[in-house]
Design a protein around this ligand. Sequence first.
Ligand code: SAH
Length: 393
Amino acid sequence: MNYPVIKLRKGKEESLERFHPWVFSGAVASQPDDIEEGDLVSVVSHDGRTIGVGHYQIGSITVRILAWGESAIDEDFYSCRLREAYNVRKALKLATPINNAYRLVHGEGDFLPGLVVDIYGDTAVVQAHSPGMHFARDIIANALVNLPDAGIKNVYYKSETTLPFKAQLDPHNDYIIGKYSTNIAVENGLKFHVDWLKGQKTGFFVDQRDNRSLLEKYSCGRNVLNMFCYTGGFSVYALRGGANLVHSVDSSAKAIALTDANVALNFPDDKRHTSYAEDAFKFLSSMETSYDLIILDPPAFAKHRSALRNALIGYRKLNAKAFEKIAPGGILFTFSCSQAVNREQFRLAVFSAAAQSRRKVRILHQITQPADHPVNIYHPEGEYLKGLILYVE
Ligand code: SAH
């Protein structure tokens, strides 16, 4: 294929030769005047070797490589990548009658930079993070419904908040194929209403599936506080795990309504569960119940590097409150989903909080994102979810 050529400065092909899929703007020696955001381009070294083909974008990441060497990025390309991604999920036993909520495509982790696809039963929710993926949305939608065995009938496109605002693409959230179907998804045998039309991200945080399972194992007989509960995922698992009581807290009234609906869907009239629409810090400061299992799963405190310092202070303060309040012998599940905060920095923030409380604290597990959010080994930036499970004496 003859795509417009982006030529690199001398030596700037090194990271690409180690398969890192991004070309930064500083690496570019020359590019045609008439290329537009989202165009497919061929990336060539200073001495004329073709490195790969990718989507062009204006910004610090100029090209996201889709394929190495000379390649056609067409319907076959997307079908093939999606089939490979689906085979991984099948191997993981995620696409079954007792689990039909999973991430099918995790951007660079599935060698499709700029694309996220979550599956809820027979509906695929597609998010484009790059103009190139936005323009490919119809091809991707067709490839999804034609994916053998996957049973995808509806494709909902949801990119109003994920595409770069400056690109002025004016995307609309809507069905590309099919229409509204049942929005009840199953995760490890538990049912959840997933609101992909109005909910956060694609409607559900599938990335906590394994961590919710782990929580279930620790829940028996405990007083559980699920802070930042959103859809109540951790709460429903805690109830199945035999918790003594479960309190769910979120500052959003809509999230609390979703949590209540999901609890009712699985455990109707269960008196062990109560929810509170309140601010986390306020709740933690004034709570009266003694909890011996606390989950802290806040939204990303640092969306960008510039917010890193304040984010680390936020994690320290939040965790300090939990250490101060958790009952002796309590277990704390604490998370950070900020990409800009690395594992060491998060651990240090939690460590400072523990030291401040002077409690004896053991790390039981160091946890991360599940296997359907794979990390491309050549793109370590793909690791974002960090969690610690701590035993507090
Ligand atoms: N634990 C959830 C995901 C949490 S998303 C799950 O397993 O699905 C983060 C949630 O934090 C959102 O629902 C948001 O409404 C809530 N939130 C944000 N700021 C908050 C605050 N200050 N106090 C309480 N909840 C907050």
